[in-house]
Ligand binder design. Structure first.
Ligand code: C2E
Ligand code: MG
Ligand code: MG
Ligand code: MG
Length: 284
């Protein structure tokens, strides 16, 4: 196309070869290498029961430390991985690692542990996803009811019939299904009554500055009420202050997750967390 444009070529290329697009290209090729070299690792962030303050599970969060580019945020590289089609491979790796870690914790007697794994929309668009999950559960030995999959509202937007059938299969296996970043997507609420969703995760943008921010406070309360009236559990992410935690607990939120309890850390760094769990039921 650029050839036909003649003298417009110059404008075309100067516009597209910006600093950002060069960075994007670097990211793309590094990401291809990362899959081969396996320069990924997982961190885990605790989830806490709002009422008992007990540890209720962990969310696995992907980390990428590239030898040249350094530590890159998943918020930056996951969308690129989706675009260049390597998310399936990465997602599979994450799921297997997380399930292995879950089994390890269970075998150490941490029998309350549940593991949540983020699932990108393109993963769920593939009809092989259910088999892949079943295979990994079998391979690692993690009981299905110990696994939670965090999907986003964008997963619900297209190809609804096929995705719906797959979600039913996953749910029938005993897997918990959560809607991550609830309230930030563009999908309708229609899927909530049709699909076997178990949990809503209030996005951290709505948790910020509650109970001072009147709008966020209203939204958080509304999501808790909506979730409970549909028989869903509700978890809040990005909980950083005792004030937020107190507000959420007194308004019936079921679980909380955030820096108040712990930042995401390597699995090996949670020994003390587990000791506290065994000695005293309260973490906060
Ligand atoms: P998310 O699933 O909504 O995860 C929550 C993000 O908030 C994480 O960022 C977490 O580190 C951060 N966070 C937790 N507590 C707090 C807090 O109290 N305050 C603040 N400011 N932030 C908090 P992270 O690890 O950078 O991940 C960003 C996003 O990248 C995730 O959002 C998720 O959408 C995506 N992601 C991460 N790992 C994976 C993965 O394995 N697969 C897929 N598909 N996406 C992933
Ligand atoms: Mg998540
Ligand atoms: Mg989230
Ligand atoms: Mg989020």
């Amino acid at each position: 196309r650029a050839k036909c444009n003649g003298r417009n070529d110059y404008a075309f290329y100067t516009q597209s070869l910006t600093y950002e697009s060069m960075e994007h290209l670097k990211l793309q090729s590094a990401l291809h290498d990362a899959v081969k070299q396996e320069s990924f690792y997982l961190e885990y962030q605790p989830k806490v029961d709002c009422h008992s303050q007990n540890l209720s599970g962990f969310e696995a969060l992907l980390r990428w430390n590239d030898p040249v580019l350094g530590l890159i945020s998943p918020a930056v590289f996951i969308p690129v991985a989706e675009k260049i089609g390597v998310i399936q491979e990465i997602g599979r790796w994450v799921l297997q690692q997380a399930c292995e870690q879950g089994v390890k914790w269970l075998s150490e007697g941490k029998d309350f542990v549940r593991i949540a794994v983020n699932v990108a929309s393109p993963q769920l668009q593939r009809r092989s996803f259910v088999t892949e999950v079943a295979d990994i559960l079998e391979l690692t030995g993690l009981p299905a009811h110990r696994l939670e999959l965090e999907v986003t509202e964008s997963c619900m937007m297209f190809d609804t019939q096929a995705v719906a059938r797959d979600l039913v299969k996953l749910s029938d296996m005993g897997i918990t299904l959560s809607i991550d970043d609830f309230g930030t997507g563009y999908s309708s609420l229609n899927y909530l009554k049709k699909l076997p969703i178990n949990k809503l995760k209030i996005d951290q943008s709505f948790v910020r500055d509650i109970p001072i921010d009147a709008n966020n406070t209203a939204i958080a309360k509304a999501v808790i009420a909506l979730g409970h009236s549909l028989n869903l559990k509700v978890i809040a992410e990005g909980v950083e202050t005792a004030g937020q935690a107190y507000f959420l607990a007194t308004h019936g939120c079921d679980e909380a997750q955030g820096y108040l309890y712990s930042k995401p850390k390597a699995a090996s760094e949670f020994d003390e967390f587990f000791i506290k769990q065994a000695v005293a039921p309260s973490l906060a």
